[in-house]
Ligand binder design. Sequence first.
Ligand SMILES: Cc1cc2nc3c(=O)[nH]c(=O)nc-3n(C[C@H](O)[C@H](O)[C@H](O)COP(=O)(O)O)c2cc1C
Length: 252
Amino acid sequence: MNDSVDPLKNGVVLAEIGSHSNGPWCAKYGAGSALVVLGTFIVDARDDVPYPPDFVFKPGRENYGDYLNEHVVAARDSGAAVGVSVISVNLDDTIDFLLAAQQAGADYLSLCIHSSMEMFVSEGLGVALLQRENWPKLEEQVTTILEATDRLFIPKFGVSGGDDAEEAVEVMAAVGVSIFHINVGDAAGEHGSQVINRLRRRGRVLIIGGGIRTSQQACEVIAAGADAVAIASAAMDDPNLCGRIQATLPGR
Ligand SMILES: Cc1cc2nc3c(=O)[nH]c(=O)nc-3n(C[C@H](O)[C@H](O)[C@H](O)COP(=O)(O)O)c2cc1C
């Protein structure tokens, strides 16, 4: 791990929960974690985006610059590093939003490749970016983000087995991505440890989530080779969960 990845080692990541993950929410529910991720935010010019309105911005710095300044600072009260996650049908809008997040002081920038919303999938984006036929677009998105920004970049996506997602990790690694946030569905289960194993052998830095609710599960996922564990659903039920689990992980 290089220095900038090191802060995540054996850490808890409060994963994106689009509708909840704004600055104050992350400060409370991610307190004591290694990383909290704001968003996912959608940048889109249309009025009828089927997503919580607080998390949708029209394109243009004037529409989200102040928000990001305020919420990245608020999220710092968690004591964790702060990431910002975005998705847009327009790559220029994605880049501008991530640059605004960087300017607001975000430590990590994330592209949501996890969305199954029709407005993204129909454009070969969201989860569709992982499909083999869309890998040229995946490469373009990732390369453009890496060239335009100077914070660590974390693509976030799901791997359910039997699809192209795991191989898409290699596509992203080939253009310079070093950290991957992967929802494996059942992180502490058999499928989770198999995915971790395969990707670890290739030297990937992994934030792994999916179904983690207890310290024991988190420790198992770390023991299986994940660098950090991500928690979403269980954190929504208990604002102290992430910090409590973090305190039990080795070496922190
Ligand atoms: C209500 C809810 C909203 C979510 N919103 C997002 C999102 O906006 N972006 C994203 O990448 N993942 C989102 N996720 C997925 C979570 O970040 C996480 O990867 C997934 O729920 C698996 O972790 P868990 O089992 O701990 O919930 C959401 C999950 C839930 C339950």
